[in-house]
Design a protein around this ligand. Structure first.
Ligand SMILES: [Zn+2]
Length: 505
């Protein structure tokens, strides 16, 4: 077998339409050249999974760029353009057997609603019709016919909370090699319909559990090669948002489309049960206060999840703790660049009075507190314990801790999601020693904090609340559950090498 070469690129950002803050260089972690592979190797990411498998198989991987943002508003378009140019230049300059894109899939820039489709088109324009372009996305990706128009094979995570990013990379590598070696002629059955899932969408609970079981069974028996369910980032107010099913057959599409239809009707049929009701905040605060509660309660602030694209400036939980149980030991993070600027004028040990939170999203009232500045730093780095993102090194950005009685208010200049306990540990906060720790994640933190305490997601207001009726959706409509609509999916068949398919009836 000749020596194989893959071009790999890694770009992660999840957009939120109602977050007005444009993401810029300050929120971008960028690695180029050899530093990209060094950073990604061995990590539980799609790119890490591809690199690990390729190196085991003796396949050369070139990864010219690794760009990563958290979730948030749109990304400054020039930053995306920079990424695209690096990838396109690399693709044009080298001889590669395939181009492999590890992307989140729900990015938006200040100019584009669907940069993933734009990227694939740009890569295709330099590699020509025959070089496979393959991709691995988060299952919250926004996947339309434009996304798959130039993509020969696209696969999604199969877990939510996400734990199988590395495995997704392994599958992506294996299928890419099968395409290169002529063993897999991907024919994609695509079904898309306007619907949102709202919280009851874990892979290990019904109704999605059964759909995933059917997918794995259909793959195991060889009925289909691969199937993905994209349940989409819920806060994209753009055209054509919704659920996407992709099922791949090898050379033929009939079973792939039949199975895609099964998954799609199963998902649509379960629509009313995909909405979650979260725990009552006041009850959790009272639990934390009671003598019976021995472990830390790690509360996911459902309405203001930075991991879902929120700003993290909510004071909702802080206010309730101050009212109901000011004596408990709590760690509550709040994004507040103005408070950070004020705190830079002070030294550790100073007693400060300042207004915190509520300054960015417009959803929350600020709270004035008086406390001791116990920690201030311009940046620290921590490595995620995982399992979500295990091994990834991340910066905290500027932060300060102000102690108000027993409550540690963690102020940051930029939104932080606190998916991993080490984010707190590097700030001097050991989560298991607290009564309440608030995170700005609703899914992934429950895995990473499982040893530190009892994880409970609480019903709270904000721009990442699944009470979507309270959000100003316009362009995404009509969409379930905001509108009373019938099941009328878009269907398409896509074949490799630009051979036109037959849109199914
Ligand atoms: Zn996701």
């Amino acid at each position: 077998m000749p020596n194989r070469r893959l071009l790999l690129a890694h770009l992660i950002q999840e957009a939120h339409s109602f977050n007005p803050y444009v993401m810029s260089h300050a929120q971008c972690q960028l690695h180029e050249g050899d530093a990209s592979i060094a950073r990604l190797r061995g990590t539980n990411t799609v790119a890490g999974g591809v690199i690990d498998m390729a190196e085991q198989a003796g396949v050369e991987v070139v990864c010219p760029i690794d760009m990563r943002f958290g979730a948030g508003g749109r990304v400054e378009h020039s930053i995306y353009e920079y990424f695209k140019n690096v990838v396109v230049e690399a693709a044009a300059a080298g001889t590669y057997d395939a181009i492999v894109l590890a992307l989140h899939g729900a990015m938006m820039t200040t100019e584009l609603d669907d940069p993933e489709a734009d990227l694939m088109q740009a890569v295709r324009s330099v590699v020509g019709p025959h070089v496979p372009i393959t991709a691995g996305f988060d299952l919250h990706a926004h996947v339309t016919e434009h996304t798959i128009a130039e993509c020969d094979y696209l696969t999604a995570f199969q877990t939510n909370p996400h734990i199988d990013m590395g495995e997704t990379g392994h599958r992506l590598f294996a299928k890419t090699m099968d395409i290169i070696n002529g063993e897999f002629e991907p024919v994609c059955a695509y079904i898309h319909f306007p619907m949102l899932t709202l919280g009851n969408d874990r892979h290990d609970q019904e109704p999605l559990f059964s759909l995933y079981e059917r997918s794995r069974a259909a793959e195991a028996t060889g009925r289909v090669v691969d199937s993905s369910i994209f349940t989409v980032q819920q806060f994209l107010d753009i055209e054509n948002v919704g659920q996407t099913i992709l099922v791949y057959g090898n050379g033929i599409h009939s079973e792939a489309m039949a199975f895609a239809e099964e998954l799609a009707t199963g998902l649509w049929g379960a629509r009313d049960s995909l909405r979650e009701t979260f725990a009552d905040l006041d009850q959790q605060i009272l639990r934390a206060k009671s003598a019976e509660q021995k472990r830390a309660l790690i509360l996911g602030d459902q309405g203001d999840r930075v991991a879902g694209g929120g700003l993290g400036d909510s004071t909702h939980i802080l206010k309730r703790v101050l009212e109901l149980a000011p004596e408990i030991k709590a760690a509550i993070p709040i994004t507040d660049p103005a408070a950070m600027a004020a705190l830079r004028q002070h030294a550790v040990g100073d007693v400060v009075t300042l207004s915190v939170g509520g300054g960015m999203s417009g959803f929350f009232e600020p709270v004035t507190v008086t406390g001791e500045l116990v920690r201030i730093s311009e940046n620290e780095r921590y490595t995620r314990r995982g399992p979500s993102g295990a091994g990834l090194s991340e910066p905290t950005g500027p932060f300060a801790v102000v102690r108000v009685g027993a409550i540690d208010i963690v102020l940051t200049e930029l939104p932080c999601y606190y998916i991993d306990p080490n984010n707190f540990v590097v700030m001097g906060i050991e989560p298991q020693l607290y009564d309440i720790v608030v995170t700005r994640s609703g899914y992934h933190y429950t895995m990473n904090f499982a040893e530190a305490g009892e994880c409970v997601v609480v019903q709270t207001p904000g721009m990442t609340s699944y009470q979507v009726e309270n959000l100003p959706f316009k362009r995404a409509r009509p969409i379930y559950p905001l509108d009373d609509i019938a099941y009328k999916p878009q269907r398409a068949i896509r074949r490799r090498n630009g051979v036109p398919g037959h849109p199914a009836a």
